[in-house]
Design a protein around this ligand. Structure first.
Ligand code: 4AD
Ligand code: MG
Length: 463
């Protein structure tokens, strides 16, 4: 018997004898003297149908073959006379591998709400929607690596436990240890073998080390933020991709961000067409138009100061009501409502806002000649808002030192970061893209918890 995946079976060129399909039953329909069993093995969205005739080996187990059960079927791959599928399996034998009790199996044939499925996150990848989501997620990770490899970037593994706070925003999870000989003993504040340590909020500073040695690099790994913002766009644990390029300024950085998003959308549309179609049909009817725009439209490049002017001009709706909850003035950090207005309503395409006020940005961003703004950039896309945040870095030692002092940061902790400016400093730039925000963008899913295999929330920590 040749074991094959459902995906391969459904795209076969010709009939095949002696195949074996292993998977989980989606539905079973009983006929007179036979049964139709729809099997999904996770290799693709579609199921394969098997016809099992009465009296075949394993037939006696049929009453226990229900939705969710694991089965193995030996048989022939034959052209299907029925509509809707080209191939089906004529079973020669069926083995019930793992039964699923029909009374208690939570995934019934009807559509379940996302909220309900979040409460059974260990079973939700067995549904069509979440199966599709996690196949897309897997393919997207591959596409990220392919994009950078094709451009000769090197992959750097930045540490997860760190002593430095990259964003300077004080939103870190502490790492503590405790003595197993004293269960329940209090952990101590400075507890990484006597030092303070935390989970990383960004791999950027590590990427800068390697950009100033290997040239063009990127990181791609888990990232942690202890921000207690219970929003549909923020997670405590998420994955971030951070390219960093030497001999590159903010404009080269914007170019890369735009090319990256276009590439990922194109790749996923080509390689995950069946799964993407599910989202376009059931989740977001405007998805294809949005993705067409990302692929084909040139992104708008808009200085922050002009963005504020546009928002101020549009602060009132046609009916004279306040359009925004959060008042607009030069100096504010753009809120999601502002970002979405710019990209969804005003320009109707992706927008890159750059040159933000220095006071709302991190210490490492390069100071512009105006002394008021820094060479920061955010890429905004419809519905998601900010998907990429990045900047040109401050490569001038004296300016960086002044900035660190001005912001009251512990200068001595950045001695190694200063070394990168002391020895062979170069203009360099990079950005971070939230991997989950990308998945939200390409599927139209609006809650970040529905694009993460095991979302980390206080209620979901068991697995
Ligand atoms: O804008 P952020 O905070 O930038 C940085 O961390 C820089 N060090 C990146 C760099 O220049 N190398 O985060 C970058 C992106 C955001 O645009 C967003 O897509 C995502 O990371 N992100 C989050 N995604 C999910 N949950 C959160 N809590 C996120 N915080 C940021
Ligand atoms: Mg940001």
């Amino acid at each position: 018997m040749n074991r094959i995946k459902v995906k391969a079976a459904l795209s076969a060129k010709e009939p095949r004898e002696d195949i074996q399909i292993n998977g989980w039953v989606r539905t079973k329909r009983d006929g007179k003297g036979f049964a139709f069993v729809e099997i999904n093995d996770g290799s693709c969205l579609s199921n394969i149908q098997a016809i099992v005739d009465e009296g075949l080996p394993g037939w006696d187990d049929m009453p226990r073959v229900g939705t969710g059960a694991a089965v193995s079927i030996d048989g022939e791959l034959v052209e299907s006379p029925g509509k809707g599928q080209k191939w089906e399996v004529r079973a020669k034998a069926l083995r019930l591998i793992g039964e699923a009790d029909q009374e208690s199996y939570p995934l019934q044939k009807k559509r379940h709400s996302d909220e309900f499925l979040r409460s059974i996150a260990h079973l939700r990848p067995r549904t069509n929607k979440f199966g599709a989501m996690f196949r897309i997620r897997s393919e997207a990770a591959y596409a990220v690596h392919k994009f950078f490899r094709d451009r000769d970037f090197r992959y750097v593994h930045s540490p997860i436990i760190t002593g430095s706070d990259c964003e300077g925003a004080g939103e870190m999870f502490r790492v503590t240890t405790h003595d197993p000989a004293q269960p329940g003993a209090q952990s101590y504040e400075k507890d990484f073998f006597g030092k303070e340590a935390a989970l990383t909020v960004s791999g950027q500073l590590t990427a800068e080390i390697f950009a100033t040695s290997l040239g063009d690099v990127y990181t791609f790994g888990p990232t942690f933020r202890a921000e207690n913002s219970n929003t549909p766009r923020h997670a405590a644990e998420f994955w971030m991709i951070e390219p960093e390029m030497s001999f590159c300024d903010i404009h080269g950085n914007m170019d890369l961000g735009e090319q990256f998003l276009k590439y990922l959308v194109r790749h996923l549309r080509e390689h995950c067409a069946e799964d993407m179609a599910l989202f376009a049909q059931w989740v977001d009817k405007t998805l294809d138009a949005t993705l067409d725009s990302i692929e084909n439209d040139t992104f708008v490049r808009l200085p922050y100061t002009e963005a504020i002017e546009i928002l101020l001009k549009n602060a009132k709706t046609k009916k004279g009501k306040d359009r925004f909850e959060f008042p607009v003035e030069w100096g504010i950090d753009l809120q999601t409502e502002h970002e979405r207005f710019l990209t969804e309503q005003h320009f109707k395409k992706p927008v890159i806002v750059f040159d933000y006020p220095k006071d709302i940005k991190a210490f490492y961003m390069r100071m512009n000649d105006d002394g008021k703004t820094v060479a920061a950039m955010d890429v905004l896309v419809p519905r998601v808002g900010e998907i990429i945040g990045g900047s040109q870095r401050e490569e001038r030692l004296d300016v960086l030192q002044a900035r660190i002092q001005e912001m009251g940061l512990p200068e001595e902790e950045y001695w190694w970061y200063m070394d990168l400016r002391r020895f062979g400093t170069v203009p360099h730039a990079g950005f971070g893209m939230g991997f989950e925000r990308l998945l939200m963008m390409v599927t139209g899913v609006t809650n970040i918890r529905d694009v993460i295999p095991c979302p980390r929330t206080p209620r979901h920590l068991e697995f």
